[in-house]
Design a protein around this ligand. Sequence first.
Ligand code: ZN
Ligand code: ZN
Length: 397
Amino acid sequence: MDIARKVLADLDKELQWVHETYRDLHRHPELSLEETRTSALVAGKLEEFGYQVQHLGGTGVVGVLDNGPGRTVVARADMDALPVQEATGLDYASENDGVMHACGHDVHVAALLGAAKLLADHRTEWSGTYIALFQPAEETAQGSAAMVADGLADKIPAPDVAFAQHVMGLPAGELQTIAGPVLSAGDSIRITVHGTGAHGSMPQLSVDPVVLAASIVMRLQSVVSREVQPGEFAVLTIGSVQVGAKSNIIADKATLLLNLRSYDNAVRETLIKAVERIVRGECAAAGSPKEPEFEYYDQFPLTTNDAAVTARVSAAFEAYFGAVGSAGRQSASEDFSRIPDAFGVPYTFWLLGGMDPQACKEGKTAPNHSPHFAPVIEPTLARGVEAMAVAALSELA
Ligand code: ZN
Ligand code: ZN
């Protein structure tokens, strides 16, 4: 990792603008698919660093640095913020009412820009192609799909490998990796089931959607306990049931909102098939006059780290940082994997600690998406830049 040390020797000099960029991004958060200011800032920096810049999928930005023969690496940062009213009291807190970088995507952007600059400035130390990709709308699972739909696979050189990182509630400076599934697949389903409305005093004329929805809710509880292999991770939550408005009116339909989480595509298929089968079966049993409707939304793919790539990156992290932690499987979800999947290439996604270590020990840190979420600037940003550069150089040096 001598080359990584050479490339990162100037890190201290660069950290000043990285910090300024981070504070600027934090002050000016933008919601999913509305990242116009962020996107312009990123594109401007990449051009300044000597990257070939393209805009893709609305506010998405890709910078390509072609530096001779060798492997091609794509590193991704997400840019969107959340509809959260910031309550951190930081002097660089959000100036956009009701919008906040409460998931640390500003850390990801600033860190990737820092790595992109260092790799460009030290291009004599390595060979290959480095691609810095900034995607919109991770929080709504729309951004990577929008870039892929906009022709990503035809518009940039095909990578050999892809990387991404996420700042989490770990002690600042700590890195954690894991081979295999790291983030769950997530699916939301809006289910509409139909009954026949009637006067509350004449149930014999109705097909009661309240009774139908109640049967469905109870029967769905058996999916995880009876259909998924014991030991496999699966969550089926019914977050909402809406039916009827008045005690003496039998409604004519019910709407259920489901959330599914899994770590395995076969388990995900089992869950979806079971939900559809049970809902159709209960509708038939109730004498429902119309087929139920299933609308899938907020769908996050599984994030499953390639074993060989993860081993190479972990070894590079260990050589450079001395130690790297082991991540547990996270129940959160991400849409990053759609980018490597568009090319059919392996990837690894690691966790970056961002919290004051003492506060971590005392359990006083606010989690991602909290209005109090406040990563400490250092060593979080330095480590974020280093991790991105070290991982890239493990392929390009
Ligand atoms: Zn988030
Ligand atoms: Zn996030």
